[in-house]
Design a protein around this ligand. Structure first.
Ligand code: ATP
Ligand code: MG
Ligand code: FE
Length: 345
């Protein structure tokens, strides 16, 4: 069966089409350029952009998949979490399509989509796996069984900022362009990762309760203090070195905790998903350390890590094939939907 997925939770309008775990086609539009001068996503601007592009992105995805709309069997849409005004546009559009076509509609969790994206590249998930989700709004270690039907178990979450948020804030401190993640990565390439001595928050001796928890706001503050001190005293400071040292600290914490979670639970598959999983240094360090620990590492291609429609089609396809009951048409957007299951309604 053919499932169409629609993603509009932030500034990307994405449509993907998946059949039995295979990506048939997708299309993506982004309002990123309109937000650059504000240094962050402006909800009102993002919502309007979704409204203007949603139908052309749908047509483009169908063209790329070489399908017509009546060949779609089910529709999945991100109903949360995300920016309320952005989510509303996608939920409304998906309801209209489902109603017009007489097809079942499924309200899905955006982050479950980030996880499912990996199945498009690496096939079905094993019986049990650990997922490190690192994105603009989330930093969690999850224990997964069947993504479509089983509850998602949180081993740990961030106590404050998400990893992507930290990249974005540190980029701003260093006056690197928005979005921060790719800017930091680029700057770090010509920097020295040992130049600035930065903390590894919640690593080493921590209480059991924080074994799999993250904290990135202190790290951001440490960078801020370093930058301020250098500016005040006129001490030499290369943004490249600060970016590289920051990136190294984040990557070290993320990979160390993810590998520990796998070891502790006797699970030999680790997924790293979400926008920050596009980070080249994170991918390289995870590859090395998982290799040494005998853990199979699964990270989707960078363009499947950041927001897209294919990931929503992927999680929708898993849910449809599980035989779950559709969500109907009487649901709304839930901007702070908790991540405890893939199907929200
Ligand atoms: P969420 O998925 O939690 O709702 P989101 O959808 O806004 O949040 P994503 O699109 O999954 O987030 O990821 C965007 C984040 O990923 C941004 O914070 C961005 O800076 C970060 N990011 C993107 N590419 C990279 C990279 N190469 N290195 C580090 N961070 C990156
Ligand atoms: Mg985005
Ligand atoms: Fe996302």
């Amino acid at each position: 069966s053919v499932t169409l997925g629609l993603e509009t939770s932030c500034d990307e309008t994405g449509v993907g089409i998946v059949a039995d775990g295979i990506l048939l086609g997708q299309a993506l539009a982004s309002s990123m350029d309109e937000h650059i001068r504000y240094g962050g996503v402006v909800p009102e601007v993002a919502a309007r952009a979704h409204l203007e592009s949603v139908n052309s992105v749908l047509r483009q995805a169908l063209t790329n998949a070489d399908l017509s709309l009546d060949q779609v069997d089910a529709i999945a849409v991100t109903s949360g979490p995300g920016l309320a005004s952005s989510l509303h546009v996608g939920v409304s559009a998906a309801k209209a399509w489902a109603l017009a076509l007489g097809k079942p509609l499924y309200a899905v969790h955006h982050v479950a989509g980030h996880v499912a994206a990996d199945t498009l590249e690496h096939g079905p998930l094993p019986e049990r796996s650990i997922a490190l989700i690192v994105s603009g709004g989330h930093s969690s270690l999850l224990m997964l069984k069947d993504l479509a039907t089983d509850p998602i178990v949180h081993l740990g979450d961030t106590l404050d900022d998400a990893a992507g948020e930290a990249f974005d804030k540190v980029a701003r401190l260093l006056e690197l362009p928005y979005p921060g993640g790719p800017s930091i990565q680029r700057a770090a390439e010509s920097g020295d990762p040992t130049a600035v001595d930065l903390p590894r928050p919640l690593l080493g001796k921590v209480s059991e309760r924080h074994r799999y928890a993250f904290s990135f706001s202190g790290l951001k503050s440490a960078v801020a203090r370093h930058v301020q001190l250098a500016r005040r005293t006129g001490a030499p400071m290369r943004a490249e070195d600060v970016a590289s040292s920051f990136q190294e600290a984040v990557v070290d914490v993320l990979v160390t905790k993810a590998v520990a979670a796998c070891r502790d639970h006797g699970i030999d598959t680790l997924l790293i998903v979400g926008g920050v999983a596009a980070n080249a240094r994170l991918r390289a360090v995870a590859e090395t350390r998982c290799g040494a620990a005998g853990i199979t590492l699964r990270v989707p291609a960078p363009r499947l890590c950041t927001d897209n429609g294919a990931m929503i089609a992927a999680v929708g396809d898993l849910i449809v094939r599980s035989g779950a009951k559709p969500s109907g048409l009487d649901f709304g957007a839930d901007s702070s939907a908790p991540l405890d299951r893939s199907l929200l309604v």
